[in-house]
Design a protein around this ligand. Structure first.
Ligand code: ADP
Ligand code: ZN
Ligand code: ZN
Length: 695
């Protein structure tokens, strides 16, 4: 299929949503977005006989390289006439042009996150659509299109629809009767039926308008298959497209194309899906909106949740942010009535009750055992009653460090300022920051002592401990190590759901989203480590993680129980957790933040620099800081450069500079002025992050 009809728009002067009239043939120039950091749209001449539309992918030469670019605008630019400007080499009219709305989204992202528009736009496309077409390009496209069609037959497992309770109904009503853009915060305890609300709202939106499309964003975790299956079962006649960072480029390209061409009306996907191109986006849902995985960790450091709200506004449609423990940012907006708050206070299934949470003493330090006698007893009686137990420890590997008691040697990474973690099964010491690994030495590399010892406990060692305590029980460990291969996590979770596992041990991978039907007890070990962390947001992350883990207990049958081993029973965080009172925790924390002039009452940007030596990075940031202080008004504060918490990563030493503003606008204006034309020494690499999450 050729899209020459789309190219019929060629001779118009189009930017964004405006049409500014007809341009005479022969004077047409294109502003082209290319994937080169720092480069803005480039001017190219449109050959007289070429049909090209705004949003088309084209090929053009940059220096000696031929690349794929996106046409951001077409202009009759008389001032460019006579200049030596290269021509577009070809138009890739294999798919319809990208929409003005998509161009506006990528432009906004580039302005907001202070990156080039070209970089923002091209990084939003699957590889297949941004590389020069290979010989089999058309054949591949046809293959994608054949795959991406809505099923015509009834699926065998059509899901029955539960009758909504009053709270759910009120939430659905509010969203479906929204006129235009309305942001909602759906605050519902775990298991309160938020997903059910999403499904009902989707159904109504899709039913109302046969062209409407829906985006359901999910965190970067392995609950995607479960949720995806639930959506597919509910919409047996729709092709439900899915996107996940683990998908191959072919899978991603097929899903992307189905959404772009409107064949898929539902897209379920992780953060990168926010940059998908839709024909008619009519609803955005963000599940677990507080989840940190919505924030991109490198490149364009966008927040998919924040872009979701922007995009809904642009499309004049509702957006629903759902969570049992909303981010403080969203909660503050709900308190200010910027977001409409919808609450679900009860667990949806009549038999399911919120679990009882108890704080218990950990074993004394140095006992060598992590599970306390009290926890052990509770696990035993739970297993005897035929229910499953979940044991949570947020640290993978066997032990976080190996050490030599005789000379004090500790296993450390040669590239990072970090310990290497002892992995017993793999017989390796691995750095969790850079992946560097070496075999476990037989003796201390410094003094030759053969009695080198693991210090501390990770999930692998915990698994051994549980095997010793509960011989014959089926114990399964789920963490990134045990599920590194594709579909391994899915299979592991399927075994838990099928009742083939008695005790599930794992990291936060097991915390989120999973709707376990037979877990009666959740045991949380060493929550204290994170409690003592100096990071400003450590506590809110801990609170939400613990609420999530606790939420795995008693989801279907009867009352679940949660045991938390802690030395800090008086900690208000635990008190709020025990009462499962998110409001209390959030309101108290926000009050503290307001008093301390901290986020979300101020806006932040973090400038980071790295080099082969810390001093160079710090020096560079100091020059920026000095310049900044010279021009900063009272509403913007420039702090001192400091080493990053993990100073050395892969042999690069890193420092950071925090800049804060009372208003988002003033902060952005200030940063643009400050960073405009900044040149770092050749051995210093720097970047800026807006709304950083780990300072
Ligand atoms: P959440 O997304 O808030 O964790 P879910 O939507 O997954 O909650 O619902 C939890 C469980 O309750 C699921 O098994 C779901 O099928 C069931 N459920 C949801 N709403 C209802 C309802 N109104 N009546 C009966 N069961 C429900
Ligand atoms: Zn030694
Ligand atoms: Zn390392």
């Amino acid at each position: 299929m050729l899209f020459s009809e789309a190219s019929g728009k060629t001779q118009k002067y189009i930017f964004g949503e405006e049409e500014k009239g007809i341009v005479p043939a022969g004077n047409l120039y294109a502003k082209v977005l290319v994937d080169v950091p720092g480069l803005g749209p480039l001017d190219y001449k449109v050959p007289d006989d070429m049909l090209v539309a705004v949003g088309d992918r084209i090929t053009a030469n940059i220096q000696t390289r031929k690349v794929v670019g996106v046409v951001a605008a077409l202009e009759n630019a008389t001032d460019l006439q006579g200049k030596r400007i290269r021509s577009i080499t070809s138009v890739l009219n294999d798919v319809p042009p990208l929409s003005a709305e998509w161009l506006a989204l990528t432009r906004f992202a580039s302005l907001y996150y202070l990156r080039g528009w070209g970089e923002a736009a091209l990084s939003a496309l699957p590889l297949f659509f941004k590389r020069l077409p290979k010989k089999n390009h058309r054949a591949m496209l046809e293959k994608f299109r054949r795959k991406g069609i809505a099923p015509s037959v009834e699926r065998s497992s059509t899901q029955s629809k539960p009758v909504l309770n009053a709270e759910q109904m009120a939430a659905v009503d509010a969203v479906v009767s929204a006129k235009g853009f309305v942001p909602f915060l759906l605050f519902g305890v775990t298991g309160s039926g938020k997903t059910e609300v999403y499904l009902h709202v989707m159904e109504e939106v899709l039913h109302r308008d046969p062209e409407a499309q829906v985006l359901l964003l999910v965190p970067e975790i392995n609950l995607t298959p479960q949720l995806q299956a639930r959506v597919k079962a509910r919409f047996p006649h729709e092709y439900v497209a899915a996107m996940h960072s683990e998908y191959s480029d072919g899978e991603r390209a097929a899903a992307w194309l189905a959404v772009h061409e409107g064949r898929a009306r539902i897209l379920v996907g992780t953060r990168l899906s926010i940059f998908s191109s839709f024909k008619k986006l009519a609803l955005i849902l963000v599940d677990e909106e507080h989840d940190l995985s919505y924030k991109a960790g490198d490149g364009l450091r966008y927040s998919a949740r924040d872009l979701a709200v922007w995009r809904a506004a642009k499309n004049s449609c509702p957006v629903v942010l759902g969570s049992a423990t909303p981010s403080l940012e969203s909660w503050a907006k709900a308190l200010k009535k910027e977001y409409v708050l919808l609450t679900l206070t009860q667990r949806a299934m009549s038999k399911a009750k919120l679990p009882q949470i108890d704080l218990i003493d950990p074993n004394p330090k140095g006992s060598g055992m992590l599970v306390s006698p009290e926890a052990e007893g509770s696990i035993r009686s739970e297993l005897d009653a035929g229910r499953q137990v979940l044991v949570f420890l947020n640290r993978r590997g066997y032990s976080p460090v190996l050490s030599c008691p005789s000379c004090g040697w500790v296993s450390a990474c040669i590239r990072c300022s970090a310990f290497t973690v002892f992995h017993k099964r793999e017989k390796a010491l691995i750095c969790h920051h850079c992946g560097w690994r070496r075999p476990v030495p037989d003796a201390c590399p410094v003094c030759g002592n053969v009695d080198i010892l693991p210090r501390g406990t990770g999930t692998e060692r915990l698994e051994e401990e549980l095997e010793r305590l509960f011989p014959g029980k089926r114990i399964l460990r789920i963490d990134r190590d045990s599920t590194s291969k594709k579909h391994e996590a899915e299979k592991a979770f399927a075994r838990v759901h099928a009742g083939e596992v008695d005790i599930l041990v794992g990291t936060q991978m097991i915390a989120k989203g999973h709707d376990f039907q037979n877990v009666g007890l959740v045991v949380i070990l060493n929550a204290d480590t994170q409690l003592l962390s100096p990071a400003a947001r450590a506590r809110e992350h801990l609170f939400s993680t613990l609420m999530q883990v606790a939420g795995r207990a008693g989801r279907a049958n009867g009352k679940g129980r949660v045991l938390i081993q802690t030395r800090f029973k008086d900690e208000p965080l635990f008190e709020a957790l025990r009462l499962q009172d998110y409001r209390r925790f959030a309101n108290e924390t926000l009050e503290e933040r307001r008093e301390n002039f901290s986020v979300p009452f101020v806006y932040q940007a973090l400038i980071t620099a790295e080099s082969d030596a810390l001093a160079k990075a710090v020096l560079f940031l100091e020059t920026i800081a000095r310049r900044g202080r010279g021009v900063a008004s009272g509403e913007v504060r420039v702090f001192d450069p400091v080493p990053m918490p993990l100073v050395r990563l892969m042999n690069r030493e890193r420092a950071q500079l925090l800049v804060e503003g009372d208003e988002r606008k003033t902060l952005h204006r200030f940063l643009r002025g400050l960073l405009e034309g900044v040149k770092s020494p050749s051995d210093v690499v720097w970047q800026v992050e807006i709304d950083p999450t780990d300072v």
